[in-house]
Design a protein around this ligand. Structure first.
Ligand SMILES: Nc1ccn([C@@H]2O[C@H](COP(=O)(O)OP(=O)(O)OP(=O)(O)O)[C@@H](O)[C@H]2O)c(=O)n1
Ligand SMILES: C/C(=C\CO)CCC[C@H](C)CCC[C@H](C)CCCC(C)C
Length: 321
């Protein structure tokens, strides 16, 4: 039975990273993040008291959870490309195709007047990021996997810049992701959006809930706030007549639910061990802060696609550690 060694992060934060050791040969398993309250000793119990974990990871860690750089030795010895490299290349191609298909699908829906352009933009906003995060587990556990995954938003970033500068024309892209059909719009919200996707993939990846929660707030929360606010937002916020109670309440509720759902998804795949109450409290705090930031009349200063994920990252870092 592998012996689990619980290590507090340097900051002594409440989040711990569980490094599990298999019996010889030692192998560094993928860091599974344990989302648990701070270790404390109850006066009544000499041993540390942990909250009951919601999702248990099996102590025996499946092979696919081992973290290792690409085994290029076999390739160097003429053994061909490593399995992980092939897996990451295939996953990148698949997600890249998914990105192109998603935008094309909503372009067709908009072109055929099946949905409004503003709704198309918001659905692409919601689905792109969430499906991108959901695709992370299909990449290998190699150290380079996050860089392969980041290629997808990077290619789309270049696509947005090229068409935003009108160096080339892609009417489908412009119609499905802009509000007014102007190419230069691609250089604002959509561009910031893919830059945040790249940042979360590189900085947090599958090893921290911070990236997952931040993208859930930007995609699930902010996206739904727009849809609900436009339709039911007659009662405006006292400090921002462009935002409404319906939109902000939707931002909080859906940001929270999508975050919990994404954390559950990753914990079910063995990446996080979540303690329900402890996690719900912190996700609710992140969602509240993100909702307040999104409601502020600062759109002219900083885009929601920057302020919402950044506020979520800072709050999640302070509360999850
Ligand atoms: N808390 C919120 C958020 C949005 N909205 C509604 O949704 C519209 C667009 O919201 P906004 O956050 O400004 O979306 P943007 O990201 O700026 O719009 P786009 O993505 O189209 O650029 C607002 O004008 C408002 O009608 C709202 O009522 N309440
Ligand atoms: C309209 C958008 C933001 C404005 O608020 C979203 C723009 C989306 C990009 C044009 C496309 C991004 C694609 C993702 C990087 C990858 C999605 C992969 C998935 C499998 C569909």
């Amino acid at each position: 039975m592998p012996k689990a060694v619980i290590m507090h992060l340097a900051s002594g934060a409440a989040t711990t990273a569980a490094l599990s050791f298999t019996h010889p040969p030692f192998s560094l398993l993928r860091r599974r993040v344990r989302l648990r309250p701070r270790l404390h000793k109850s006066p009544l119990s000499p041993t540390p008291v942990w909250a009951t974990p919601l999702f248990h990871c099996s102590p025996s860690v499946p092979r696919h959870l081992l973290l290792a750089p690409y085994d290029l030795s076999s390739a160097a010895a003429g053994g061909g490309i490593s399995a992980e490299l092939l897996q990451d290349a295939g996953a990148t191609a698949l997600v890249m195709a998914g990105a192109y298909s998603l935008v094309s699908a909503f372009d067709n829906l908009t072109q055929n007047n099946l949905i409004e352009q503003s709704l198309s933009r918001k659905l692409v906003h919601i689905l792109s990021g969430l499906l991108f995060v959901a695709s992370w587990p299909i990449f290998s556990t190699s150290i380079e996997a996050r860089y392969f995954a980041s290629l997808v938003p990077l290619v789309n970033c270049l696509r947005l810049v090229i068409h935003g500068l009108s160096l080339a024309t892609d009417e489908g892209l412009i119609k499905s992701v802009t509000r007014e059909g102007k190419p230069e719009e691609l250089l604002r919200g959509p561009l910031y959006y893919v830059l945040i996707l790249i940042s979360c993939a590189l900085l947090f990846w599958r090893e921290s809930p911070i990236g997952v929660i931040s993208l859930a707030m930007m995609c699930g929360g902010d996206g739904v706030a727009d849809i609900m606010g436009r339709r039911f937002g007659s009662l405006k916020l006292p400090y921002n007549q462009k935002k409404s109670w319906a939109g902000s309440i939707s931002m909080f509720v859906f940001g929270f639910l999508v975050s919990i759902g994404m954390l559950y998804y990753f914990s079910a795949l063995g990446y996080f061990q979540m303690d329900l109450v402890w996690t719900v409290e912190r996700v609710a705090l992140v969602s509240l802060v993100a909702t307040v930031v999104e409601s502020l009349p600062i759109t002219g200063v900083v885009d929601d696609n920057i302020s919402v994920p950044l506020a979520s990252m800072v709050t999640a870092f302070l509360s999850f550690g």
